[in-house]
Design a protein around this ligand. Sequence first.
Ligand code: ADP
Ligand code: ASP
Ligand code: MG
Length: 467
Amino acid sequence: MRIVMKFGGTSVGDGLKIRNVAALAKRYYDQDNEVIVVASAMTGVTDKLFEMAQVASNTCSAKEIETHFAALSDRHEKAIVDAIHDAAVRDEVRAEIQQRLSELKNALVGVCYLGELTNRSLAYIYSFGERMCVPILSGSLRDLGMKSKHFSGGEAGVITDSRYESARLDPVTDVRVKESLMPLLKAGFIPVVTGFVAADKKGVITVLGRGGSDYSASIIGAAVDADEIWIYTDVNGIMTTDPRLVPQARTLPVVTYLEAMEMSYFGAKVLHPKTIEPAVKKGIPVKVLNTFQPEHPGTVVLMKDATSCRSPIKAVTMIKNIGLINISGAGLSGTPGIAGRIFSALGREDINIIMISQASSEFNVSLAVDGAQVDRALAALKAEFNGEIARDLTCNNNVCVVAVVGAGMAGNPGIAGRVFTALGREKVNIRMISQGSSEANISFVVNKEDASRAVKVLHDEFELHKL
Ligand code: ADP
Ligand code: ASP
Ligand code: MG
């Protein structure tokens, strides 16, 4: 079999974990499989790089940057020692990490001098997390006697447009990835590629959006016609809800592509929302597995669920940081084209509308957008309507989106009734409701303080702990 194995930050948190991951990849290689490894940065490193970039552009405090820098350097040095035993391999990897660290320092100094952090600089700074992790993982594989080479996403052929921070895939990727990785597979190598990191056509580093290394694995899997894509993380697959929120959450043995897309779109962090797209195109099964319990069968994501799961709802999800924008006023009533103008104004600013609802009186349009994009969204709407409806433009940042997901809801009446009756009983106030025509989700907006309770209530109501 040809397998793409992706290891998230939680799986490569330190040198011992990196060695464990290398041993896992070797184990499947030894069972006569072709293996490509895709890896994220070590846990928390991407967040730290963001902080460092912020410090550089805001205060440029040399002391603060130096403290972060020393911690980052120590952490990678310790990982090298724990993941790699052979002195020569260690030295080789160490030299490369030193080189990366000095490039990172130069980038931070540059941001300090300029006093501004562009998306392009931020993507470049982000990329160091993954680019400092893959040499260690690949070194660990060589230490275990494997033939291995590591690549940044761009070097492996993952090519995007120039939206540096949340770049979109260029179709040339399929051919490029095939050209760069297939000969290595044929020669018995285990290629190790950075997740998250890619490059535009000019070779400038880009990234695929936070959490994007799942997407990288799927892009690469589709390009090399993998038999399966395995996403390794720190839980036993895709669960009925986030186990951090509801400890009774259960693993779902099978989830359809549509359900996985809906779940990730509505906040299940276990998969990046775009992960399923390349896999669906080629009909490649995606497995979600636990690095720390590799024998657990986890979840398989497929076109159809042929198991006997009779529950119409499989999962409850939550997105925390949401802004609810309300546009209302008499001017909206019976005026064609308002919705079009709203979409266009937000589209031009690259703002993702998570939910939309319009009351039949046409006096009110509500939009849920990512909390980080609220200010830009409001500015774009104000500019578009130039005072026409500005006085009726309000925003609430104190809300979350909760969704119930399951393909079994389609054509099954009474589910929405059960959802909202259960919430009503528990006095959870609903601010906005939406259901996609796929009927695989019902999503709604609630106040922040009610959100976890809403998830628990629905998990209980549909007895998901018994699935
Ligand atoms: P990685 O570093 O492996 O990419 P992430 O932190 O991005 O890991 O994603 C794994 C986490 O996703 C889990 O630890 C879990 O808390 C969270 N999560 C949220 N919703 C779900 C869900 N429905 N099923 C499983 N995990 C979930
Ligand atoms: N390291 C990146 C992030 O933290 C990508 C990922 O984890 O998938 O966003
Ligand atoms: Mg992740």
